[in-house]
Structures are given as structure tokens and as C-alpha cells.
Design a protein around this ligand. Structure first.
Ligand SMILES: [Zn+2]
Length: 376
């Protein structure tokens, strides 16, 4: 793969993760006040107070940006989990027995983005890159991978994201795993497929302006897909109906991308309108996460934005859940409906456990080595 393609994919992922940075001036002011108080106490020669103050303020000075991933870890996990309950008998029992696995591993593809070359672009497609004047990109961009390569070259496709095609690849792999009755792979691929289907349902995963960076709205990526679910997703209605058979998974993936893309204008415009009504100090607030204080979109601003979109995030989440369940079910049907009862009480093999642990380790090391977002 062209190294520039890899770098572009990684940069895109990382930009989207750098949602909010603490305003350096704000931080400076805060630190200044901190030192002024310390100095004052020192002058007053009250060492015990100094000690107490240092202890109290330690967590607060550890400002950092708020990290995000696609759909946020919370939403990805919730989607895979709820998808299990859409399944009909025949598959339901199997997924119910393994619900913790598909939930926990819903975010594995995001962890792999820094460690695996070619992973980053599987999570999005910048479909507007292909737009020429008033043409409809959903007509002009070939749906099939081979036709699209002929028209644009593989390097270009990789550079601007491949999510709909990757969903098709994942469907082939999952179907094969069902045919081979490969317990490990069925679970791993199901969890992964749920992730990519989730990403295809997020409007900002379908545009070059993925983090509002082209329109002065940096941070909107995580605002839409992490902050809103974090505050409101507990109240969403997850009764989404029953999974159904999907005749054309590739066409289905494209449909998800198309619906997502059609929502991009609202996602960006509503934020812009509200930002004019909210002064900075009401748009953002500070919250404590663990032992650090992070700058976040205020609850008031988030509520106003969510209301303005009239439940868009909830609608996209609900659509994703039924989509994930339906694709799992379709893969099982296409594999000839193998009997899944024989996997009852099975455990993930030690080899698969090792593989997953190695992936996790790579993810951690990737961050430490500087391939993660904080260092780009
Ligand atoms: Zn993702």
C-alpha cells in the first residue's frame, strides 16, 4: 500500500479523536492561579497547608483532551449487545450465550487502527471526495469494488475509505466461519462486523469534513457520536424489531452510507446555528474523568443540539442495531443454517485468547511508541 495512503487514514482517525483541546490560555491562567496561591502559602510559611493544597489540586492540573473513538466505545458496545435481542430462534441462543464477548469486543477494530496497516480506512468513506459539481455520488461511484478500482484506482479508494466494501468482505468471512463451524472466528468476526456496520451509520464517517475541520467546527465528530450517546443513550428505545434476511449485503451497506451522508448537512448546520446562540462559557464545561479534568460540550448545549436534530442519534443507533442483527442472521442463513447448539458451553480457544491479548498489547504499545493519536 502507498505509505501516503496509510498516513492519510491514520491522520483522519487521529484528527477525529482529537475532539477537544484545553484552550492553552485557559490552562495557563489556571496554572498561574495555582502557582500564585502556592507562592502565597509559601510566603505565609504554612507548610502543612501547602502539602494539603498540592494533594487537592493534583488531579485538577492533569488537564487533557477528551479521547473518543468512532461511535464512542459506549455506543459500539451497546449496539452489538442490543443486536443480539433482534435475532430469531436458531441464532439467538448462540449469541445470547456469547453476549459478553460480542459486547466487549465491539471496539477491537478501533484498537487495531494504530497497529495494523490498512485498518484505519475500513471505518469510513469520504464519499464527497468523488463529487463533481451536481452529480449524485451514489450514482457515479460504482458500488462494486472491482468497478470502483477500475474507475478510481485502489490507492484512491484506500485513501478515502472503504467501509461499504469492507462490510461485504466481513460478510464473506463470517459466512465462511459459520460454514466451517469455527466458533472462535464466528465470534470475532461477528463483533468486528458489528463495529464496521456501526461506523457506516455515522454521518461524519462519510465525509472529508469528518471532524468539522473544514468549517471551523473541530470537535463535532466526538460530540455527535460520543458525547450525545454518553448523556442520553440510556433513555433511548431499543425495541427495534426482529432481524431479517438481507438479499444484497453490499447494496445494504451502501444504503446505510447514503442515509448517513444525507444527514451530514444537518449535523454540521445545526451545530453552527446553536454555536451562534451559545457563548463559549455555556457551550463548553469541565468534567472530571478519573483523576483528570476534561473540557466537554456542556450538558445544556448537548441537549439543545440533540433536540434540534430531533432524535437523529437515537434513530441512527436503532437502525444500526437492526442492521447488525440482520447481517449476522443473513451470514448464518447463507452458510446453510448450521446447528449452533453444538457450541453450547464452549470457550474461546487459548490460541484466540492469545491473539486477542496480542492485539490489545499492540494497541497499548502503539500508543506508547507514538503511533497513537496523542503524538501525531
Ligand atoms: Zn471505528
Amino acid at each position: 500500500m502507498n505509505p501516503n495512503t496509510y498516513q492519510r487514514g491514520l491522520k483522519r482517525v487521529c484528527d477525529a479523536e482529537k475532539q477537544l483541546r484545553i484552550d492553552p490560555l485557559q490552562k495557563l491562567q489556571f496554572v498561574n492561579i495555582y502557582w500564585v496561591v502556592l507562592l502565597y502559602i509559601y510566603i505565609m510559611r504554612r507548610p502543612i497547608l501547602l502539602f494539603v493544597l498540592v494533594l487537592l489540586l493534583m488531579p485538577v492540573i492533569g488537564f487533557r483532551m477528551m479521547g473518543h473513538s468512532s461511535w464512542g466505545f459506549y455506543a459500539h458496545k451497546r449496539i452489538n449487545r442490543m443486536a443480539v435481542f433482534t435475532l430469531p430462534p436458531g441464532v439467538f441462543g448462540f449469541y445470547k450465550d456469547n453476549i459478553e464477548f460480542v459486547t466487549d469486543h465491539a471496539v477491537d477494530p478501533d484498537k487495531r487502527r494504530y497497529a495494523v496497516t490498512g485498518e484505519a480506512q475500513r471505518h469510513y468513506i469520504d464519499i464527497d471526495h468523488y463529487k463533481i459539481e451536481e452529480e449524485d455520488v451514489f450514482v457515479t461511484v460504482p458500488k462494486k469494488w472491482k468497478d470502483a478500482i477500475k474507475k478510481y484506482t485502489e490507492d484512491t479508494l484506500q485513501a478515502y475509505g472503504i467501509v461499504p466494501w469492507h462490510i461485504e468482505v466481513m460478510m464473506f468471512r463470517l459466512t465462511k466461519a459459520f460454514q466451517e463451524e469455527n466458533y472462535d472466528q464466528i465470534l470475532k468476526l461477528s463483533a468486528d462486523l458489528g463495529h464496521y456496520v456501526g461506523d457506516a451509520h455515522v454521518p461524519l464517517h462519510t465525509t472529508e469534513n469528518y471532524n468539522g475541520q473544514l468549517t471551523g467546527q473541530k470537535g463535532i465528530h466526538g460530540f455527535w457520536e460520543s458525547r450525545i450517546p454518553e448523556l442520553f443513550a440510556e433513555e433511548y428505545d431499543y425495541f427495534v424489531g426482529k432481524a431479517y434476511y438481507i438479499e444484497e449485503p453490499l447494496e445494504f451497506a451502501w444504503q446505510a452510507v447514503k442515509e448517513s451522508h444525507h444527514a451530514v448537512d444537518s449535523v454540521l448546520n445545526f451545530e453552527k446555528i446553536l454555536s451562534k446562540q451559545f457563548p463559549e462559557d455555556r457551550k463548553y464545561s469541565y468534567e472530571t474523568r478519573g483523576n483528570v479534568t476534561v473540557k466537554v460540550y456542556s450538558q445544556e448545549f448537548t441537549k439543545a443540539y440533540s433536540d434540534m436534530m430531533a432524535g437523529m442519534v437515537e434513530r441512527r443507533m436503532r437502525k444500526t442495531i437492526i442492521a447488525v442483527g440482520s447481517l449476522w442472521y443473513t451470514a448464518w442463513v447463507n452458510a446453510g443454517k448450521p446447528d449452533l447448539n453444538k457450541h453450547k458451553n464452549k470457550q474461546i480457544s487459548p490460541e484466540m485468547q492469545q491473539e486477542l491479548q496480542a492485539e490489545d498489547k499492540l494497541h497499548q504499545e502503539g500508543k506508547i511508541k507514538g503511533r497513537g493519536c496523542d503524538h501525531n
